[in-house]
Design a protein around this ligand. Sequence first.
Ligand code: ZN
Length: 337
Amino acid sequence: MKISLAPILLSSILIALAPSCQKEVALPPKATGTGSNSANIEALYDVDKQIISNYKNWPFGKSAYQHTKNIINLGPRAIETKGHLKTQAYITKQLKAFGWKVSRQSFKAKTPYGTRSFVNIIARRKDTLTSPNIVLAAHYDSKILNGFIGADDAASSVASLLEIAENLPKQDSTITQQTELVFFDGEEAIGTDIEYLKDGLYGSIYYSKYMRNDVAGPKATYKHTPKFGILLDMIGHRNLSIKIPADTPYSLLKSYFAIVDKHNLSARFAVAKGSILDDHYPMNVIANLPTIDLIGDFSSKNWWHTNKDNLDNISENSLNVSIQVALEIIKDQLSKK
Ligand SMILES: [Zn+2]
């Protein structure tokens, strides 16, 4: 991931994206400050463990942190590697243990580097009878860079979905039964940057096309388009800074602001200046599934797509608050339907 697209007016929501996409501008120099001060500020940001959800007995962030650790210990997850296969097996095993029915969406796609193989992993509850209303998604592949393990990009998001997969059924069977969990493959471009329909977003494009065709077709894995989706991407880093795309669908933007305002989270949860090319984009424009991308402000992070994106970069407290914000958005959305 990810490409920030040129700033656009909110009124041009979801229309004027692709051709003008530009590479992320150079990172601003990191504030230097004194070493001890910087460390203190970092610690201050990281100490508060806010509980904003009314789900009781859910140790938010704890198992997500452990899953993040377990996943990165499997090695880099670049497509078609051993670590990639091990991660698929890990995700599948965990989901099954938590009572989810798992299916694999295997496909090949043309890339600038030849035809490559991908696998999306999709889970629904065993007792789900109806078509899902909610899609929660994250990408499990890691960028092809030497030794890159992508702790926050996006092992932490996969880990958060696994924490949700374990705990949500115990807390809220109504939401659980409406939910589909999706673990996308091939989000990362094989080349340097994502270029829409050329390189990157392979899993989400395939998934979105499948959904669009299936809703209209006889097989009906989806009897209708789900009501909304939430994509998690880079949500567990220390000194958390989330900036959702400016062209987030309006209804989800409203829910986001409602939660952020209610819990005084605006220092950490904000809106980017422009659009962002990430897995939510095909979900919105191909599947017509309104989807919000809860995404870290990668453009300001000097560790993004470097080997500094390791376990030291991950905070249990950041995972805690990000997971809760996602859950609160779900509840807010459902309260309006
Ligand atoms: Zn990335």
